[in-house]
Design a protein around this ligand. Structure first.
Ligand code: SF4
Length: 225
């Protein structure tokens, strides 16, 4: 597998844990709003596995966990042995995924290899291609949502919301799919790496309106930034 980045410390990305983040290169999607374009296009300088593991060895008594993010980690055939090796250090593991490799998620869940899974749901299924710029088999997304929901592993789902792309009706549909699991609506923010410069996030009033719309759904959280 190719590692394109290592963030040595995060207090925010793994709920309740002090962690580092390992970013794998490459992705099977090509989202208009991707913040990690260099990783997706494998334009980063690779970090060797030796470097990664020597960092983990140094920090094994200081960090609680490791976040594996990307890019999309599940595209790599050696992800599972990689996770197994990290677990030997005693770290908790969080996996970030776009959910397009349910067979890999199934193996990870069945082997109880991770402590937390965060899965992005890009849009309602008939709009997926508008965000990820390719046609996909959305049954795979459904399968991953189901696998994660039925697992005993802590998890969350999240959608980056874009003005004109995500309607309340769309989000109602996704809320049904996540079936009571924690679901975060994170507002889109323009960054240099975003390809589609026409995209806009919701205004504060629109976010307040959304928050009000979901006030009776305690599992749904609107994140303003
Ligand atoms: S799935 Fe994530 S990493 Fe891949 S292109 Fe989309 S936003 Fe970027």
């Amino acid at each position: 597998m190719k590692i394109g980045g290592l963030n040595k410390l995060t207090t925010q990305d793994f709920p309740g844990n002090l962690a580092c983040i390992i970013f794998t290169s490459g992705c099977n999607f090509n989202c208009d709003y991707c913040y990690n374009r260099d990783l997706v296009e494998s334009n980063t300088t690779d970090i060797s596995l030796d470097e990664v593991f020597s960092y983990l060895e140094e920090r094994k008594n200081m960090l609680d966990g490791v976040v594996i993010s990307g890019g999309e980690p599940t595209i790599w055939n050696d992800l599972i042995p990689f996770i197994e090796r990290i677990k030997e250090y005693g770290f908790k593991i969080k996996l970030d995924t776009n959910g397009y490799k349910p067979e890999v998620l199934k193996e990870i869940i069945d082997k109880n290899l991770v402590d937390y899974i965060a899965m992005d749901i890009k849009a309602v299924f008939n709009n997926y291609y508008k965000i990820i710029n390719k046609k996909i088999d959305t049954n795979k997304i459904i399968e991953s949502i189901k696998l994660i929901n039925e697992s005993k592993i802590d998890h969350e789902f999240r959608t980056t919301i874009i003005k004109g792309m995500h309607t309340k009706e769309d989000l109602d549909e996704i809320v049904k799919l996540v079936n009571g699991s924690p679901y975060y609506l994170q507002n889109f923010k323009m960054e240099d790496t975003v390809i589609n410069k026409k995209m806009e996030g919701f205004t504060e009033d629109e976010l307040n309106d959304l928050k009000n719309h979901f006030k009776n759904k305690p599992n749904v959280t609107v994140r303003y930034i």
